[in-house]
Write a protein that binds this ligand. Structure first.
Ligand code: ARG
Length: 499
């Protein structure tokens, strides 16, 4: 009646529209490699536990290895008719190894533990790829920062000119934020990297399986013991979605600054031609579209977070089909945030910051007024509150006269009217933006010296994250090699004897 692997109890085939509504092969394409690796480990374990005998195990392993080769050659296709990656691959194994041997590979396993095992394996890869890209991005920001430790730009609070900073200091701040995103990815990895395999449908199994052995072959950091929880939870997906949403938000703040500061009125940043597009009507336009889209696409990451939360919300323990819905959503968030990180990294490599414009703005916008107030405190012994008031009055008078703090003679005169005597040369030196910046030597401050210390700290943290990532990649590669080698030598030795 029907060729479905689960069709025993059925007397009619599934409606075509129902199949269309429920099948996941398009989404599952990303899981093929992991499903094959997982099944190799599972069958090796079943044989070790004497659940599947040598000849049958060899036939199944041989089929799986040939499917892996097919997959590597890009020749393995999933059929929607067979619902998902798991049933597709099982059918292919049965076709190759025969029903008697192939029909044994799903012993002591359910698609419920299988799908979360695949998903966790895929997400490990995703996190490591993202960590590498993001660590590279943060590293690029630090290298560029070192070249811009005397490029002065205005710093803003409330979007109003506040105090001068350096372009290097600004890049360093964004690198510092990305470091926390890296930390969140590492934390999420720890909770993703647990093996649900062997949980079976929800209740474990009467077969003498070895969950530690399969976890080891799959390179997992541990086993997620409770079978009911292991098959039910999707909090590892939600956590990663949350991490992506926060990362996307951090990137929007950078995007916003690029959009605004590259506008004509600021004229501080120049976006590379390769990162911009023009207008179909206004010939003068160069639009910073990468930054604009990065700003907007955070919305997709937020949407994914809300969706994966709602998908699992109120779903009682034990697998429900609701749970398969998190994957397409998550894949989109992964692709979107991944591309945004890559493009923003490129954007920042190409971004030119106009040092002359930065300096000019810092004089025009009075952003070194705090330096003048500080001078009145440190050299003239005034209480800070009085120094603040007097400086405020001076700034108001200068603005009314169309002058700036750069006019030392006028500033000296205005101060004298308030019983404070400072030489014009001292004043000019004090309010020069570059010297103002270099005086902020407190920890984490904008001076070249303080920024360099911050950079050293961040760069050493980035190196540690990269080392962490390399270790995990090596562990996963070794585990996959070990599984494939074990399967290969098994089929070569026992396969020949028994098969
Ligand atoms: N395609 C399913 C998913 O993505 C696999 C698990 C299906 N299990 C089941 N009992 N229908 O979640």
């Amino acid at each position: 009646m029907t060729a479905k692997l689960w069709a025993g109890v059925f007397s009619a085939d599934v409606d075509a529209e129902v199949l269309d509504y429920t099948e996941t092969t398009g989404v599952d394409v990303r899981l093929v490699r992991f499903d094959l690796w997982q099944t190799l480990a599972h069958v090796l374990m079943l044989n070790r536990a004497d659940v599947v005998e040598d000849a049958d195990a060899a036939a199944v392993l041989d089929a799986l290895l040939s499917l892996m080769d097919m997959h590597d050659r890009g020749e393995l296709r999933l059929e929607a008719e067979l619902e998902d990656v798991h049933l597709n691959l099982e059918s292919m194994v049965i076709d190759r190894a025969g029903a008697s041997a192939g029909g044994r590979m799903h012993t002591a396993r359910s698609r419920n533990d299988q799908v979360v095992t695949d998903t966790r394996m895929y997400l490990r890869q995703v996190v490591l790829d993202l960590v590498d890209e993001l660590a590279g991005f943060a590293g690029d920001l630090c290298s560029a920062a070192r070249e811009e430790l005397s490029v002065v730009i205005p710093g803003y609070t409330h979007s109003q000119p506040a105090q001068p900073i350096t372009a290097g200091y600004w890049r360093t701040a964004h690198a510092s934020a990305l470091l926390r995103d890296l930390g969140r990815l590492q934390d999420a990895y720890g909770r993703i990297d647990l093996s649900p395999l062997g949980a079976c449908a929800l209740a474990g199994t009467s077969f003498p399986i070895d969950r530690d052995y399969t976890a080891d072959l799959l390179g997992f950091g541990g086993v997620l013991t409770s079978a009911l929880d292991a098959t039910s939870t999707r909090d590892f997906v939600q956590e990663l979605a949350a991490v992506l949403a926060v990362l996307a938000t951090n990137l929007t703040r950078l995007s916003e600054e690029i959009v605004v500061f590259s506008g004509h009125e600021y004229g501080l940043f120049r976006v590379a031609d390769s990162m911009a597009t023009g207008s179909s009507i206004m010939p003068q336009k160069k639009n910073p579209v990468v930054a604009e889209l990065a700003r907007a696409r955070a919305g997709r990451a937020y949407g994914a977070l809300v969706q994966v939360l709602v998908i699992a919300k109120g779903v009682g323990l034990g697998y429900s089909c609701d749970l398969q819905e998190d994957k397409p959503v998550m894949w989109d968030a992964i692709d979107t945030v991944g591309a945004t990180v890559r493009l923003m990294r490129l954007q920042m490599t190409n971004l030119r910051i106009d040092a002359e414009r930065g300096l000019a703005l810092c004089y025009q916008n009075f952003s070194t007024a705090t330096e003048l107030a500080n001078l009145l405190v440190s050299d003239e012994g005034l209480p800070f509150r009085s120094a603040h008031r007097i400086t405020g009055e001076v700034v108001a008078a200068l603005a009314a006269a169309g002058a700036t703090l750069r006019d030392g003679d006028l500033v000296a005169k205005l101060l004298l009217e308030r019983d404070v005597s400072v030489s014009p040369t001292t004043l000019t030196a004090t309010v020069a933006p570059l010297s103002a910046v270099q005086r902020s030597t407190s920890a984490g401050g904008t001076s070249a010296a303080a920024t360099t210390s911050t950079l050293v700290e961040i760069e050493s943290d980035i190196a540690a994250v990269s080392g962490w990532c390399r270790q995990r990649r090596e562990r996963l590669a070794a585990a996959e090699r070990q599984t494939v080698d074990a399967a290969r030598s098994f089929t070569e030795n026992r396969g020949r004897t028994h098969g």
